[in-house]
Design a protein around this ligand. Sequence first.
Ligand SMILES: Nc1nc2c(ncn2[C@@H]2O[C@H](COP(=O)(O)OP(=O)(O)OP(=O)(O)O)[C@@H](O)[C@H]2O)c(=O)[nH]1
Length: 192
Amino acid sequence: MEKEVSVRIKDLLKSLVIDIDNDHNTRETPERVARIYINEVFKGRYHKQPKVTSFPNVKHLDEIYTVGPICVRSACSHHFVPIMGNCWIGIKPGARVIGLSKFSRVADWVFSRPHIQEEAVMILADEIEKLCEPQGLGIIIKADHYCMKLRGVKESQCSMVNSVVRGDFRHDSSLKQEFFELVRQQETALSR
Ligand SMILES: Nc1nc2c(ncn2[C@@H]2O[C@H](COP(=O)(O)OP(=O)(O)OP(=O)(O)O)[C@@H](O)[C@H]2O)c(=O)[nH]1
């Protein structure tokens, strides 16, 4: 696959009148770009989900906890330029729990694909629900879209914030508020 992609990138660069044969800086760029897409930026499409072990919630914990900020590194489906930001996950555990670091690993796997942010948050929520079946789940993403910064409208300060709430977070507004408040407090502490 790397070979096939690099051949096509070579054609693309030729169409863009980039002289990869004589410009020493771009000579191996097609191979590099192929590796970046397959092994890094879009790896979530080609690599298996990271292994996640779940454990029984022996103490029947039913208080919420949050984890974040988790890095969002993605690419927008429309222009293939970066989406960079943070995400926060809130859990009211169910019968099983997973290790904290696994939220980052699964998020990285999900975000490493071309996305629009509205769908990315739902796909991540679906994966977390499958892994630990929480009683409640909330996710907030705040991200910069370089299709709005680097090009187009060139808005340097504008970002997108969206969220998804599932289970008890959706049915119990006080729980949802608690999650948003915990994230707000941690964000404020980080920005000091
Ligand atoms: N809803 C949503 N829109 C996004 C996201 N990422 C990029 N976009 C927007 O997708 C739109 C694509 O618009 P098009 O009109 O098809 O493309 P375009 O002519 O390049 O648009 P401009 O960016 O306005 O120049 C742009 O407004 C982007 O800002 C995302 O995650 N969610």
